[in-house]
Design a protein around this ligand. Structure first.
Ligand code: FES
Length: 680
């Protein structure tokens, strides 16, 4: 008696015996191997590519002969001559099993492929897209057996893909008939599942085999900026990233002023909703153009945002978020269509997913950071801070995760800073001040050289030196402290006190001159006393939030710190600690995660499993409400000093000596030349 050939798939290791002549795609399906197909085995989509391996495989206990699969057939021949197949590749729907065989499924052919993230700690994200394409051949209408076109599409999906039932977006139904006729009854449909057990929803259709791909937007909707990543829903690749300012700024810089605007002005919330939706339409059109794709192919969008933005996006009055007990209209994830959300640049049937919120002040952006950084899986105690207009702060390890949100204001993003600007070419992003000469040198975005290096001025001639961005202002304030030009209370000394003319009088206070471009018609870039105050308020709020979580957890130290946020990648750990933004920790224990909220959005965009994971995770996070916690105020006041009034910073002290200076005159104390130095 002959036994059927053995088929072994790698990397899954799944194996089974199949009769001679079974297509590889059929064997894969029966074994539950993750092998993609859009055309259902008709040899036209090329998604099912596999690589047979030949030779001896003692590990699997098989020998694979050259004729283990059927010969190259006419369909593969045609595909190869038109599009080209990589050497060694076969189409899984065409090659049939003849003898024992080992078959590798390359990552591009897996629906649930792993995508390596470009984060500091390279982690992978597994594709598990909510929207997938299916090619079907649909029966033509027959007068003797009257059925609707949609019903025949559903019948074809049942017969050809085993999909029992579908629902339909009305806007898709309206366009279905001409598509069927144009495609000569062969069409590709996009089906969206909000959940693996949900009935798929028909959200788009194209005549014939649709090969232009489908896309998704991962949007981090911040109070100050809106950042979007346009992502290929098949491969997970980011096609373009773009950002714009949130136009709601004109209604109030921070969240609470926007809530007040809604409270004071009838129709104010609606006005802000309209403004943000219009901006999202503009951003969608721009990013699609940048990537060179049709915005009509963007079938999914995931939003992460703070609770106030969440409500204003969804058209819900945020008034309840302005007062205790800070009740959210809903804390669960929200799924709806672009048409329901009033976004017009996306197809009406495009599906929107808004991540769940953690609490009234701790939003979907913090949930996205948790999804991206996974503090609950950390063996050591990690503090994750996502720095923006509001700081999302998470503290946790495998035993417990706590979260809060702290109102830092927009200073860390360069707003409310006299020479502040967003991170763009020409902005100072790094600065050092010589502790002896008190002279600055700096680097601007768009040029790798420092200002004291040869060629710097030629290179920046194009952009000029235009201002200071978020990371630049943090470094500038910290450097003023290290160089002894600013005292621990945040006062900038006078020229007489500091011995440098760069400390110039500015009304009743002093400012430090970084760069004077006035001779060439450019700006004079200074750090003023007002700038320092704005940074002090921001950093105190951040530190106080972190301390509150540490109190709640009963600890005085954390093991490591992850800095996230739009400019998290650019903040120097040393400068952040001199400023007292973050608790004292060894410098090599501070890492950057880039835009963690945006990454969380991208993970949720590419994976249904990740959406379920974060929906479960938010219920297990302990929320700490900064707004009503009296200790927050105490921590805030103590954190005003630079780096801190009372908390010791021993790790920082081992790295840098901060001069003991005081510029609080009256008695003229601390004038230049009388500075003592101490460690820490
Ligand atoms: S499944 Fe489409 S080409 Fe094989």
């Amino acid at each position: 008696m002959t036994t059927d050939p053995l088929v072994i798939f790698t990397p899954s290791g799944k194996r089974g015996r199949f009769p001679v002549g079974t297509p590889v795609l059929t064997a894969a399906r029966q074994l539950g191997v993750d092998l993609d197909s859009v055309c259902g085995g008709r040899g036209i989509c090329s998604k099912c590519q596999i690589t047979p391996a030949y030779g001896d495989f003692p590990k699997h206990g098989v020998q694979v002969a050259e004729d283990a699969l059927s010969g190259w057939n006419a369909v593969e021949e045609r595909y190869d001559s038109k599009r080209g197949l990589k050497t060694g590749r076969r189409l899984g729907c065409q090659a049939t099993v003849q003898r024992d065989v080992v078959i590798d499924v390359p990552p591009e052919s897996q629906v649930h492929r792993q995508v390596v993230r470009k984060a500091a700690a390279a982690r992978t994200l597994q594709m598990d897209p909510a929207t997938r394409l299916y090619y079907v051949e649909v029966d033509q209408p027959d007068m003797h057996e009257p059925t609707g076109d949609l019903e025949r599409v559903a019948r074809a999906l049942r017969a050809q893909w085993g999909i029992e039932e579908i629902s339909t977006e009305f806007s898709t139904l309206a366009g279905l008939q001409p598509i069927l006729r144009k495609g000569d009854w062969r069409i590709t449909v996009a089906l969206h599942k909000s959940d693996n057990s949900a009935i798929p929803r028909l959200v788009a259709a194209w005549p014939g085999l649709h090969e232009a791909g489908i896309y998704g937007l991962a949007i981090d909707l911040g109070s100050t900026t809106i950042a979007a990543h346009l992502t290929d829903l098949d491969t997970g690749a980011v096609m373009a990233s773009s950002g714009i300012m949130n136009p709601q700024i004109r209604f109030g810089e921070d969240l609470m002023s926007r809530v007040s605007y809604a409270m004071m002005n009838p129709g104010g919330a609606t006005e802000m909703t309209r403004a943000v939706r219009e901006a999202l339409d503009t951003l969608t059109i721009e990013i699609a153009a940048e990537a060179g794709i049709d915005a009509g192919l963007i079938l999914e969008t995931v939003f992460v945002c703070n609770p106030v933005m969440h409500h204003l996006l969804l058209g819900i009055d945020p008034v309840e978020l302005g007062q205790a007990p800070f009740a959210l209209a809903t804390s669960d994830a929200v799924t709806l269509s672009a048409r329901e959300l009033g976004l017009t640049a996306l197809p009406g049937a495009a599906q929107i997913y808004v991540l769940p919120c953690i609490a009234g002040h701790v939003g979907a952006d913090a949930a996205a950071v948790a999804l991206s950084e996974q503090p609950g899986k950390s063996e050591d105690l990690v503090l994750v801070v996502d720095v923006g207009t509001n700081a999302e702060i998470l503290l946790g390890d495998t035993t417990r995760v706590l979260a809060c949100s702290s109102p830092t204001g927009p200073a860390f993003e360069g707003a409310q800073i006299s020479s502040g600007q967003r991170a763009a070419p020409g902005a100072i992003e790094a600065i050092r001040i010589d502790p002896v000469t008190k002279e600055p040198r700096f680097r601007v975005i768009g040029c790798d050289l420092w200002s004291d290096q040869d060629g710097f001025w030629q290179e920046v001639a194009q952009t000029g030196i235009t201002g200071i961005c978020g990371s630049g202002i943090i470094e500038a304030v910290a450097e003023l402290r290290i160089a002894g030009l600013m005292d621990p209370s945040g006062l900038i000394g006078s020229a007489a006190q500091t011995g440098t003319d760069r400390c110039e009088a500015d009304g009743r206070t002093h400012a430090y001159l970084i760069h004077d471009g006035s001779a060439e018609g450019g700006p004079r870039i200074t750090v003023t006393q007002g700038d320092i105050r704005a940074i002090q308020l921001a950093k105190s709020a951040l530190y106080a939030g972190a301390r509150l979580l540490m109190d709640e957890r009963g600890v005085d130290r954390v093991d490591r710190v992850v800095l996230a946020g739009a400019f998290g990648a650019h903040i120097s750990a040393l400068h952040a600690m001199v400023l007292g933004m973050i608790p004292d920790v060894a410098l090599d224990k501070v890492s950057s995660a880039g835009n963690a909220a945006g990454t969380g959005a991208r993970i949720a965009l590419c994976s249904l499993a990740a959406r379920r994971e974060i929906e479960r995770m938010v219920h297990r996070i302990t929320k700490v409400e900064t707004a009503i916690e009296p200790r927050f105020q105490e921590h805030f006041v103590a954190a005003n000093a630079i780096p801190h009034a009372t908390d010791p910073f021993p790790e920082l002290a081992s790295q840098v000596s901060l001069p003991v200076v005081s510029f609080n005159t009256g008695s003229g104390g601390g004038e230049g030349g009388r500075r003592r130095r101490r460690r820490g």
